[in-house]
Design a protein around this ligand. Structure first.
Ligand code: DUC
Ligand code: ZN
Ligand code: ZN
Length: 465
Protein backbone atom coordinates (compact mmCIF):
# COMPACT_ATOMS: atom_id res chain seq x y z
CA UNK A 1 0.00 0.00 0.00
CA UNK A 2 1.38 3.39 -1.01
CA UNK A 3 0.51 6.87 0.19
CA UNK A 4 0.14 7.94 -3.42
CA UNK A 5 0.12 6.23 -6.78
CA UNK A 6 0.59 8.15 -10.01
CA UNK A 7 -1.10 5.84 -12.46
CA UNK A 8 -0.40 5.21 -16.09
CA UNK A 9 1.89 8.06 -17.11
CA UNK A 10 4.72 7.58 -19.58
CA UNK A 11 7.56 7.64 -17.09
CA UNK A 12 10.98 8.98 -18.02
CA UNK A 13 13.49 7.01 -15.94
CA UNK A 14 17.27 7.01 -16.23
CA UNK A 15 17.10 4.10 -18.63
CA UNK A 16 13.68 4.02 -20.26
CA UNK A 17 10.51 5.78 -21.24
CA UNK A 18 7.65 3.41 -20.42
CA UNK A 19 4.08 3.46 -19.24
CA UNK A 20 3.88 2.43 -15.59
CA UNK A 21 2.61 3.38 -12.15
CA UNK A 22 4.74 5.21 -9.62
CA UNK A 23 4.15 4.16 -6.02
CA UNK A 24 5.13 6.70 -3.37
CA UNK A 25 5.62 6.01 0.33
CA UNK A 26 6.92 8.46 2.94
CA UNK A 27 7.95 10.97 0.30
CA UNK A 28 10.05 8.56 -1.70
CA UNK A 29 9.52 6.45 -4.78
CA UNK A 30 8.85 2.98 -3.38
CA UNK A 31 7.73 1.05 -6.45
CA UNK A 32 7.71 1.34 -10.22
CA UNK A 33 5.34 -1.14 -11.77
CA UNK A 34 1.81 -2.02 -12.79
CA UNK A 35 -1.45 -2.23 -10.87
CA UNK A 36 -0.09 -0.42 -7.81
CA UNK A 37 -2.40 0.38 -4.93
CA UNK A 38 -2.38 3.63 -2.98
CA UNK A 39 -4.41 5.59 -0.45
CA UNK A 40 -4.56 8.30 -3.10
CA UNK A 41 -4.39 7.77 -6.84
CA UNK A 42 -3.63 10.37 -9.50
CA UNK A 43 -4.76 9.25 -12.94
CA UNK A 44 -2.05 10.29 -15.38
CA UNK A 45 -2.79 8.42 -18.62
CA UNK A 46 -1.74 10.61 -21.55
CA UNK A 47 0.72 12.55 -19.41
CA UNK A 48 4.49 12.27 -19.14
CA UNK A 49 6.14 11.85 -15.73
CA UNK A 50 9.52 13.55 -15.54
CA UNK A 51 11.96 14.00 -12.69
CA UNK A 52 11.24 17.36 -11.07
CA UNK A 53 13.28 20.07 -12.71
CA UNK A 54 16.42 21.21 -10.93
CA UNK A 55 17.28 24.77 -11.79
CA UNK A 56 20.87 25.02 -10.65
CA UNK A 57 21.42 28.61 -11.67
CA UNK A 58 19.04 31.17 -10.20
CA UNK A 59 19.45 34.46 -8.37
CA UNK A 60 17.12 35.27 -5.51
CA UNK A 61 17.32 38.23 -3.13
CA UNK A 62 20.92 38.79 -4.16
CA UNK A 63 22.50 42.13 -3.20
CA UNK A 64 22.59 44.10 -6.47
CA UNK A 65 24.07 47.48 -5.64
CA UNK A 66 22.77 50.64 -3.99
CA UNK A 67 19.09 51.23 -4.63
CA UNK A 68 18.70 48.13 -6.80
CA UNK A 69 16.54 45.25 -5.70
CA UNK A 70 15.84 41.86 -7.17
CA UNK A 71 12.21 41.23 -7.96
CA UNK A 72 12.02 37.87 -6.22
CA UNK A 73 12.38 36.61 -2.70
CA UNK A 74 12.37 32.90 -1.88
CA UNK A 75 8.59 32.78 -1.70
CA UNK A 76 7.89 34.22 -5.15
CA UNK A 77 10.85 32.63 -6.94
CA UNK A 78 10.04 29.19 -5.58
CA UNK A 79 6.34 29.55 -6.37
CA UNK A 80 7.33 30.34 -9.95
CA UNK A 81 9.79 27.43 -9.92
CA UNK A 82 7.12 24.97 -8.79
CA UNK A 83 4.61 26.23 -11.35
CA UNK A 84 7.27 25.82 -14.04
CA UNK A 85 7.89 22.16 -13.18
CA UNK A 86 10.82 22.44 -10.78
CA UNK A 87 11.31 20.77 -7.42
CA UNK A 88 14.81 21.98 -6.53
CA UNK A 89 16.58 25.29 -7.05
CA UNK A 90 20.11 26.44 -6.39
CA UNK A 91 20.47 30.20 -5.87
CA UNK A 92 23.66 32.02 -4.97
CA UNK A 93 24.80 33.52 -1.68
CA UNK A 94 26.73 36.76 -2.22
CA UNK A 95 28.16 38.50 0.84
CA UNK A 96 27.33 42.17 1.40
CA UNK A 97 30.18 44.66 1.65
CA UNK A 98 32.40 43.68 4.58
CA UNK A 99 30.37 40.58 5.43
CA UNK A 100 32.12 37.24 5.81
CA UNK A 101 31.07 34.33 3.64
CA UNK A 102 29.83 32.41 6.67
CA UNK A 103 27.84 35.34 8.03
CA UNK A 104 26.34 35.87 4.58
CA UNK A 105 25.29 32.23 4.41
CA UNK A 106 23.58 32.42 7.80
CA UNK A 107 21.63 35.52 6.74
CA UNK A 108 20.76 33.99 3.37
CA UNK A 109 19.48 30.74 4.85
CA UNK A 110 17.32 32.74 7.25
CA UNK A 111 15.69 34.40 4.23
CA UNK A 112 14.70 30.98 2.90
CA UNK A 113 13.39 29.66 6.22
CA UNK A 114 9.75 28.70 5.86
CA UNK A 115 9.46 30.55 2.55
CA UNK A 116 10.57 28.10 -0.11
CA UNK A 117 8.04 25.96 -1.97
CA UNK A 118 10.72 23.67 -3.42
CA UNK A 119 13.86 22.06 -2.05
CA UNK A 120 17.01 24.09 -2.40
CA UNK A 121 20.76 24.21 -2.13
CA UNK A 122 22.93 27.29 -2.07
CA UNK A 123 26.03 28.00 -4.18
CA UNK A 124 28.53 30.49 -2.83
CA UNK A 125 29.91 33.44 -4.74
CA UNK A 126 33.59 33.96 -3.95
CA UNK A 127 34.70 37.49 -4.75
CA UNK A 128 37.46 37.93 -2.16
CA UNK A 129 40.56 35.89 -1.52
CA UNK A 130 41.63 37.11 1.92
CA UNK A 131 42.96 34.64 4.47
CA UNK A 132 39.68 34.28 6.33
CA UNK A 133 37.69 33.59 3.17
CA UNK A 134 40.05 31.03 1.67
CA UNK A 135 41.48 29.62 4.88
CA UNK A 136 38.37 29.38 7.05
CA UNK A 137 35.00 30.40 5.64
CA UNK A 138 35.10 28.66 2.28
CA UNK A 139 36.51 25.37 3.61
CA UNK A 140 33.94 25.34 6.45
CA UNK A 141 31.04 25.97 4.08
CA UNK A 142 32.22 23.38 1.57
CA UNK A 143 32.52 20.82 4.37
CA UNK A 144 29.04 21.77 5.61
CA UNK A 145 27.55 20.62 2.31
CA UNK A 146 27.55 23.77 0.18
CA UNK A 147 29.79 22.05 -2.34
CA UNK A 148 29.92 24.50 -5.24
CA UNK A 149 30.80 28.12 -5.78
CA UNK A 150 30.94 30.66 -8.55
CA UNK A 151 33.71 33.06 -9.50
CA UNK A 152 33.38 36.00 -11.83
CA UNK A 153 35.80 37.23 -14.49
CA UNK A 154 33.71 40.35 -15.07
CA UNK A 155 31.98 43.05 -12.98
CA UNK A 156 33.98 45.47 -10.88
CA UNK A 157 33.90 44.38 -7.28
CA UNK A 158 33.17 40.78 -8.19
CA UNK A 159 35.80 39.90 -10.80
CA UNK A 160 38.87 38.00 -9.62
CA UNK A 161 42.30 38.13 -11.23
CA UNK A 162 43.76 34.97 -12.73
CA UNK A 163 45.95 34.49 -9.66
CA UNK A 164 42.96 34.87 -7.37
CA UNK A 165 40.97 32.36 -9.40
CA UNK A 166 43.84 29.87 -9.07
CA UNK A 167 43.98 30.43 -5.31
CA UNK A 168 40.24 29.79 -5.02
CA UNK A 169 40.47 26.74 -7.27
CA UNK A 170 43.13 25.35 -4.97
CA UNK A 171 40.56 25.34 -2.15
CA UNK A 172 38.09 23.55 -4.42
CA UNK A 173 40.74 20.99 -5.24
CA UNK A 174 41.35 20.26 -1.56
CA UNK A 175 37.65 19.88 -0.75
CA UNK A 176 36.33 18.31 -3.95
CA UNK A 177 34.08 21.26 -4.80
CA UNK A 178 32.65 22.32 -8.14
CA UNK A 179 33.89 25.66 -9.47
CA UNK A 180 31.47 27.58 -11.66
CA UNK A 181 32.70 30.51 -13.69
CA UNK A 182 31.11 33.53 -15.31
CA UNK A 183 33.53 33.88 -18.22
CA UNK A 184 33.74 37.33 -19.82
CA UNK A 185 36.89 39.48 -20.06
CA UNK A 186 36.28 42.53 -17.87
CA UNK A 187 39.09 44.70 -19.29
CA UNK A 188 37.95 44.12 -22.86
CA UNK A 189 34.36 44.99 -21.93
CA UNK A 190 35.48 48.13 -20.14
CA UNK A 191 37.48 49.21 -23.18
CA UNK A 192 34.54 48.67 -25.52
CA UNK A 193 32.10 50.28 -23.13
CA UNK A 194 34.17 53.45 -22.76
CA UNK A 195 34.53 53.66 -26.52
CA UNK A 196 30.80 53.20 -27.11
CA UNK A 197 29.80 55.77 -24.52
CA UNK A 198 32.25 58.35 -25.82
CA UNK A 199 30.64 58.11 -29.24
CA UNK A 200 27.13 58.44 -27.84
CA UNK A 201 26.19 54.78 -28.08
CA UNK A 202 24.20 54.54 -24.89
CA UNK A 203 21.02 52.58 -25.75
CA UNK A 204 20.39 49.05 -24.39
CA UNK A 205 21.57 47.47 -27.65
CA UNK A 206 25.12 48.60 -26.89
CA UNK A 207 25.15 46.32 -23.90
CA UNK A 208 25.27 43.48 -26.43
CA UNK A 209 27.74 45.19 -28.76
CA UNK A 210 30.22 45.83 -25.95
CA UNK A 211 30.15 42.21 -24.76
CA UNK A 212 30.85 40.46 -28.09
CA UNK A 213 31.49 36.75 -28.56
CA UNK A 214 35.27 37.33 -28.38
CA UNK A 215 35.18 38.52 -24.76
CA UNK A 216 33.39 35.34 -23.77
CA UNK A 217 35.46 33.02 -25.97
CA UNK A 218 38.73 34.38 -24.54
CA UNK A 219 37.55 34.12 -20.95
CA UNK A 220 36.22 30.59 -21.44
CA UNK A 221 39.60 29.53 -22.80
CA UNK A 222 41.40 31.20 -19.89
CA UNK A 223 39.08 29.80 -17.23
CA UNK A 224 39.53 26.27 -18.56
CA UNK A 225 43.29 26.73 -18.70
CA UNK A 226 43.34 27.88 -15.08
CA UNK A 227 41.22 24.88 -14.06
CA UNK A 228 43.59 22.54 -15.89
CA UNK A 229 46.52 24.11 -14.04
CA UNK A 230 44.74 23.85 -10.67
CA UNK A 231 43.46 20.37 -11.55
CA UNK A 232 39.82 20.99 -10.76
CA UNK A 233 36.62 20.26 -12.64
CA UNK A 234 34.95 23.40 -13.95
CA UNK A 235 31.46 24.36 -15.02
CA UNK A 236 31.17 27.18 -17.52
CA UNK A 237 27.80 28.74 -16.84
CA UNK A 238 25.58 30.50 -19.37
CA UNK A 239 27.46 29.67 -22.58
CA UNK A 240 25.93 31.83 -25.28
CA UNK A 241 27.67 31.00 -28.55
CA UNK A 242 29.44 28.51 -30.75
CA UNK A 243 32.98 29.86 -30.37
CA UNK A 244 32.88 29.53 -26.59
CA UNK A 245 31.45 26.04 -27.02
CA UNK A 246 34.27 25.19 -29.44
CA UNK A 247 36.78 26.12 -26.72
CA UNK A 248 35.01 23.72 -24.39
CA UNK A 249 34.99 20.93 -26.99
CA UNK A 250 38.69 21.42 -27.68
CA UNK A 251 39.48 21.34 -23.98
CA UNK A 252 37.53 18.13 -23.52
CA UNK A 253 39.37 16.58 -26.45
CA UNK A 254 42.63 17.10 -24.56
CA UNK A 255 41.14 15.62 -21.40
CA UNK A 256 40.01 18.67 -19.41
CA UNK A 257 37.09 18.08 -17.03
CA UNK A 258 34.84 20.88 -18.11
CA UNK A 259 31.06 21.04 -18.05
CA UNK A 260 28.87 23.45 -19.94
CA UNK A 261 25.57 25.14 -19.21
CA UNK A 262 23.33 27.07 -21.55
CA UNK A 263 20.05 28.88 -20.96
CA UNK A 264 16.79 29.58 -22.83
CA UNK A 265 17.85 33.12 -23.74
CA UNK A 266 20.68 31.79 -25.92
CA UNK A 267 18.34 29.44 -27.75
CA UNK A 268 15.42 31.79 -28.39
CA UNK A 269 16.40 35.48 -28.05
CA UNK A 270 18.83 37.63 -30.04
CA UNK A 271 20.60 40.97 -29.64
CA UNK A 272 17.85 42.44 -31.81
CA UNK A 273 15.61 42.12 -28.75
CA UNK A 274 17.84 44.65 -27.01
CA UNK A 275 17.12 47.00 -29.90
CA UNK A 276 13.37 47.08 -29.29
CA UNK A 277 11.85 50.53 -29.41
CA UNK A 278 11.92 52.96 -26.52
CA UNK A 279 13.50 51.49 -23.43
CA UNK A 280 11.97 48.03 -24.07
CA UNK A 281 15.39 46.62 -24.92
CA UNK A 282 16.34 46.91 -21.25
CA UNK A 283 14.04 43.96 -20.57
CA UNK A 284 16.56 41.76 -22.40
CA UNK A 285 19.79 43.05 -20.85
CA UNK A 286 21.67 40.10 -19.40
CA UNK A 287 25.22 38.85 -19.54
CA UNK A 288 26.41 37.28 -21.69
CA UNK A 289 23.90 38.95 -24.01
CA UNK A 290 21.70 37.05 -26.46
CA UNK A 291 23.57 36.81 -29.79
CA UNK A 292 22.22 36.18 -33.30
CA UNK A 293 20.44 33.37 -35.09
CA UNK A 294 23.69 31.68 -36.15
CA UNK A 295 24.80 31.48 -32.51
CA UNK A 296 21.36 30.22 -31.51
CA UNK A 297 21.82 27.42 -34.02
CA UNK A 298 25.28 26.70 -32.60
CA UNK A 299 23.79 26.42 -29.09
CA UNK A 300 21.01 24.16 -30.33
CA UNK A 301 23.60 21.99 -32.07
CA UNK A 302 25.42 21.76 -28.74
CA UNK A 303 22.22 20.64 -27.02
CA UNK A 304 21.53 18.08 -29.74
CA UNK A 305 25.07 16.67 -29.71
CA UNK A 306 25.14 16.47 -25.93
CA UNK A 307 27.81 19.15 -25.46
CA UNK A 308 25.72 20.89 -22.80
CA UNK A 309 25.30 18.90 -19.60
CA UNK A 310 23.18 21.63 -18.05
CA UNK A 311 20.29 23.77 -19.16
CA UNK A 312 19.41 26.38 -16.50
CA UNK A 313 17.41 29.58 -16.41
CA UNK A 314 19.94 32.04 -14.94
CA UNK A 315 16.80 33.59 -13.48
CA UNK A 316 17.93 37.04 -12.36
CA UNK A 317 14.76 39.10 -12.08
CA UNK A 318 14.43 42.87 -12.02
CA UNK A 319 11.21 44.78 -12.43
CA UNK A 320 11.02 46.82 -15.63
CA UNK A 321 8.97 49.86 -14.60
CA UNK A 322 10.89 50.40 -11.41
CA UNK A 323 13.81 52.64 -10.41
CA UNK A 324 14.98 49.75 -8.22
CA UNK A 325 15.04 47.59 -11.38
CA UNK A 326 15.67 48.09 -15.07
CA UNK A 327 14.76 51.78 -14.87
CA UNK A 328 17.58 52.45 -12.39
CA UNK A 329 19.02 55.94 -12.06
CA UNK A 330 21.21 56.54 -15.11
CA UNK A 331 19.92 53.50 -17.01
CA UNK A 332 18.44 55.63 -19.80
CA UNK A 333 21.65 57.66 -19.98
CA UNK A 334 23.77 54.54 -20.49
CA UNK A 335 23.25 50.81 -20.88
CA UNK A 336 26.05 50.52 -18.29
CA UNK A 337 23.59 51.32 -15.53
CA UNK A 338 20.89 48.82 -16.46
CA UNK A 339 20.82 45.93 -13.97
CA UNK A 340 21.92 42.72 -15.68
CA UNK A 341 19.59 39.79 -15.73
CA UNK A 342 16.24 38.48 -16.90
CA UNK A 343 13.49 36.41 -15.26
CA UNK A 344 13.01 32.84 -16.50
CA UNK A 345 12.60 30.33 -13.69
CA UNK A 346 9.01 29.45 -14.65
CA UNK A 347 9.49 29.40 -18.42
CA UNK A 348 12.81 27.50 -18.67
CA UNK A 349 11.31 24.02 -18.91
CA UNK A 350 8.27 24.74 -21.10
CA UNK A 351 10.52 26.51 -23.63
CA UNK A 352 12.86 23.52 -23.91
CA UNK A 353 10.02 21.02 -23.92
CA UNK A 354 8.29 22.83 -26.75
CA UNK A 355 11.31 23.84 -28.83
CA UNK A 356 13.45 20.81 -28.00
CA UNK A 357 11.26 17.75 -27.44
CA UNK A 358 8.24 19.01 -29.37
CA UNK A 359 10.29 19.94 -32.43
CA UNK A 360 12.17 16.64 -32.43
CA UNK A 361 15.57 18.06 -31.49
CA UNK A 362 16.02 16.04 -28.29
CA UNK A 363 14.51 12.98 -26.67
CA UNK A 364 12.53 12.95 -23.45
CA UNK A 365 15.49 11.32 -21.75
CA UNK A 366 17.91 13.97 -22.91
CA UNK A 367 15.43 16.55 -21.63
CA UNK A 368 15.45 14.88 -18.21
CA UNK A 369 19.24 14.73 -18.17
CA UNK A 370 19.91 18.37 -18.95
CA UNK A 371 17.08 19.74 -16.83
CA UNK A 372 17.45 17.52 -13.75
CA UNK A 373 19.71 14.47 -13.69
CA UNK A 374 23.00 16.14 -14.55
CA UNK A 375 22.29 19.05 -12.18
CA UNK A 376 21.83 16.54 -9.37
CA UNK A 377 25.07 14.76 -10.18
CA UNK A 378 27.30 17.78 -10.73
CA UNK A 379 26.00 19.57 -7.63
CA UNK A 380 25.98 16.66 -5.22
CA UNK A 381 22.24 15.93 -5.03
CA UNK A 382 22.14 12.62 -6.88
CA UNK A 383 21.60 10.42 -3.82
CA UNK A 384 18.03 11.73 -3.59
CA UNK A 385 17.24 13.85 -6.62
CA UNK A 386 17.34 14.13 -10.39
CA UNK A 387 15.79 10.90 -11.58
CA UNK A 388 12.73 8.73 -11.20
CA UNK A 389 13.98 5.58 -9.51
CA UNK A 390 13.14 3.50 -6.47
CA UNK A 391 14.57 5.11 -3.35
CA UNK A 392 14.76 8.64 -4.72
CA UNK A 393 12.69 11.52 -3.39
CA UNK A 394 9.30 11.55 -5.10
CA UNK A 395 10.04 14.80 -6.94
CA UNK A 396 7.91 14.28 -10.01
CA UNK A 397 6.35 16.52 -12.61
CA UNK A 398 3.48 15.54 -14.88
CA UNK A 399 3.59 17.10 -18.33
CA UNK A 400 0.77 17.42 -20.81
CA UNK A 401 2.64 17.24 -24.11
CA UNK A 402 -0.32 18.56 -26.07
CA UNK A 403 -1.30 21.55 -23.97
CA UNK A 404 -0.80 24.55 -26.15
CA UNK A 405 -0.76 28.14 -24.89
CA UNK A 406 1.47 31.17 -25.15
CA UNK A 407 3.68 32.42 -22.33
CA UNK A 408 1.97 35.38 -20.68
CA UNK A 409 3.18 37.53 -17.82
CA UNK A 410 -0.36 37.44 -16.44
CA UNK A 411 -0.03 33.67 -15.86
CA UNK A 412 3.38 33.72 -14.16
CA UNK A 413 4.22 33.75 -10.47
CA UNK A 414 7.57 35.53 -10.30
CA UNK A 415 7.97 39.01 -8.85
CA UNK A 416 9.06 40.62 -12.11
CA UNK A 417 6.53 42.73 -13.99
CA UNK A 418 7.33 41.25 -17.40
CA UNK A 419 8.57 38.15 -19.17
CA UNK A 420 11.02 38.34 -22.07
CA UNK A 421 8.93 35.62 -23.73
CA UNK A 422 5.55 37.40 -23.76
CA UNK A 423 3.45 35.75 -26.49
CA UNK A 424 5.93 32.92 -27.14
CA UNK A 425 3.90 29.89 -28.22
CA UNK A 426 4.52 26.75 -26.19
CA UNK A 427 3.20 23.25 -26.74
CA UNK A 428 3.72 21.06 -23.68
CA UNK A 429 3.29 22.38 -20.15
CA UNK A 430 3.78 20.93 -16.69
CA UNK A 431 0.35 20.30 -15.15
CA UNK A 432 1.31 18.91 -11.74
CA UNK A 433 4.40 19.14 -9.54
CA UNK A 434 5.01 16.78 -6.62
CA UNK A 435 7.66 17.59 -4.02
CA UNK A 436 8.58 14.51 -1.98
CA UNK A 437 5.19 13.05 -2.86
CA UNK A 438 3.07 16.10 -2.09
CA UNK A 439 1.30 18.02 -4.84
CA UNK A 440 2.54 21.60 -4.76
CA UNK A 441 1.24 22.67 -8.19
CA UNK A 442 -1.82 21.63 -10.17
CA UNK A 443 -2.93 23.10 -13.50
CA UNK A 444 -0.40 25.89 -13.35
CA UNK A 445 -1.26 27.12 -9.85
CA UNK A 446 0.10 26.38 -6.37
CA UNK A 447 -2.05 23.93 -4.45
CA UNK A 448 -1.96 26.06 -1.31
CA UNK A 449 0.32 23.76 0.65
CA UNK A 450 2.51 25.74 3.04
CA UNK A 451 6.09 26.17 1.79
CA UNK A 452 7.92 22.98 2.78
CA UNK A 453 11.15 23.24 0.79
CA UNK A 454 14.18 21.93 2.62
CA UNK A 455 17.81 22.92 2.46
CA UNK A 456 19.77 20.07 0.89
CA UNK A 457 23.09 19.09 2.30
CA UNK A 458 25.06 18.28 -0.82
CA UNK A 459 27.75 15.72 -1.53
CA UNK A 460 30.87 16.42 -3.56
CA UNK A 461 30.24 16.56 -7.32
CA UNK A 462 29.86 13.39 -9.33
CA UNK A 463 31.78 14.33 -12.44
CA UNK A 464 31.58 10.95 -14.15
CA UNK A 465 28.52 11.75 -16.24
N1 DUC B 1 25.49 36.57 -14.54
C1 DUC B 1 24.68 35.69 -14.09
O1 DUC B 1 25.06 34.54 -13.94
N2 DUC B 1 23.45 36.02 -13.78
C2 DUC B 1 22.94 37.28 -13.94
C3 DUC B 1 23.85 38.30 -14.36
C4 DUC B 1 25.16 37.80 -14.73
O2 DUC B 1 25.98 38.53 -15.20
ZN1 ZN C 1 27.02 35.05 -14.63
ZN1 ZN D 1 23.51 33.93 -13.11
Amino acid sequence: MHDLVIRGARVVTGTDVAQMDIGILDGRIATLGEGLVGAEVVEAAGLIAMPGGIDSHVHISQPSGPGIEMADDFASASAAAACGGNTTILPFCLPEEGQSLRAAMAVYLAKAEGQCHVDFGVHLIVHRTDAQTLGQDLPALLEAGHTSFKVFMTYKGLALSDRQILDVMAVAERHGAMVMVHAENEDAIEFLRDRAESSGQIAPLYHANTRPVAVEREAVHRAITLAEIARVPLTIVHVSNGEALDEIRRARARGAQVFAETCPQYLTLTAADLDRSGFEGAKYVCSPPPRDEAEQRACWAGIERGDFELYSSDHCPFRFADPAGKDAPGARASFRNIPNGIPGIETRLPILFSEGVGKGRISLQRFAQITATNHARLYGLAARKGSIRVGADADIVLWDPNLCRPIRQADLHHGADYTPWEGFEVTGWPVATFLRGHAIMRDGELTGRAPAGRLQQRATPDTLL
